[in-house]
Design a protein around this ligand. Structure first.
Ligand code: ADP
Ligand code: MG
Length: 346
């Protein structure tokens, strides 16, 4: 078994491995290979937007502004956010914007599709573990049991743009917000006339354009959970490649490692046998919801969901170091470390 790398929380867990065009070369202003990047810290992570072509600077500004706007809507700690308002409404209904209603609707829907693996009502339990603040602790069984009585996605009522949750409950969109922000940032880039861009939202990679301006596919690195750098590469067109990994945030106490993704069935860190799960598909919001869910479900549950769904591919990395990939990416996936590889076929 390869050893889990004791890395710090990851700032950027997927990396763009090859650059497109030569931004240093002297070229006319309209050279489609010219690229620029803009970065910001938002949603608790470093975000980089790289865009190509003549409208790239306006596109980057629009995309980063959009991400900042969405963070203000969805932050669970910002007292001015819509989610904060929902969480502190004492059982009454809260009117939210269409984008918040849409994301809540996706999260509720995905709770059902994933047999409850994705659960946005776990926030009080995550707080007890200290995953929201960094003040880590291991809550005792009775505390977890008590906190779990305040969860339950079926207790969230979404009626048009009005959200109502019971007074004892709090929700958090942390598992899906970055993917949805990526989708909306891509829309903002398009609205500025950008047709080729790559967004890195702290481990979530989203691309605009089937290829880079030079006609080659995007080459994305899949982070090595057992070491530094990447363990594999994936060539993709337009879409999302989103990873959830136990290595992203964890703490150790008395020789036990506690990771930040919880199993909603237990209120404790998911012990599914996976160290990382990557979802590959068209939409960031869907893949973000999936990556967290696949990680919780483990190999068997993830395979079942893949067979039922038919609209995403995945890369699972097991604790023993085995890579399990789905047939849709078989030809575009390449291991860059020695490891066992298994391909799932329909
Ligand atoms: P990251 O945000 O680290 O890239 P994820 O998209 O997988 O990774 O989101 C994980 C975050 O979602 C956790 O840090 C926590 O705030 C929250 N979370 C943990 N477990 C669950 C779960 N089972 N369902 C929904 N949200 C969860
Ligand atoms: Mg996620």
């Amino acid at each position: 078994m390869r050893k889990l790398s004791p890395v710090l929380p990851v700032l950027v867990c997927l990396t763009m491995l090859s650059s497109c065009g030569d931004s240093k070369a002297a070229s006319p202003a309209s050279d489609p290979n010219e690229k620029s990047s803009g970065s910001l810290f938002a949603m608790d992570t470093y975000i980089t937007v790289t865009a190509y072509g003549e409208n790239r600077d306006a596109g980057i500004k629009a995309a980063t502004d959009e991400i900042s706007r969405l963070e203000k809507l969805w932050s669970v700690t910002d007292t001015a956010s819509e989610i904060y308002a929902v969480d502190h409404a004492d059982g009454s209904g809260t009117a939210v914007s269409p984008e918040t209603a849409d994301l809540l609707s996706l999260a509720i829907d995905m709770h059902g599709k994933t047999s409850g693996a994705l659960d946005i009502s776990l926030y009080p339990v995550l707080c007890a573990w200290g995953f929201t603040t960094g003040e880590y602790r291991v809550p005792d069984d009775s505390e977890i049991d008590e906190l779990m009585t305040h969860t339950g996605v079926d207790r969230i009522a979404l009626d048009g743009s009005t959200v109502t949750i019971p007074a004892d409950m709090e929700i958090d969109l942390g598992a899906v917000a970055k993917g949805c922000s990526g989708d909306m940032a891509v829309e903002a880039l398009k609205a500025q006339g950008v047709s080729c861009a790559l967004l890195d939202l702290g481990g979530n990679i989203q691309t605009l354009g089937e290829t880079k301006p030079d006609g080659t596919k995007w080459k994305i690195g899949i982070r090595d959970p057992f070491g530094d750098g990447s363990a594999a590469t994936l060539e993709t067109g337009e879409g999302a490649v989103i990873t959830s990994g136990g290595y992203e945030r964890y703490f150790e106490q008395d020789g036990v490692i506690y990771k930040h993704i919880l199993d909603p069935k237990t209120g404790r860190p998911a012990e599914s046998g996976l160290v990382s799960a990557t979802a590959i598909g068209k939409e960031g919001r869907y893949c973000d919801a999936l990556s967290t869910s696949l990680y919780v479900l483990g190999e068997e549950g993830a395979e079942k969901l893949w067979r039922e769904s038919g609209d995403f591919d995945m890369v699972l990395i097991s604790e023993s170091g085995e890579f399990i990939i789905t047939e849709g990416i078989e030809d575009s996936f390449e291991l860059t470390v020695p490891a066992e590889l298994r391909v799932l076929h329909r």
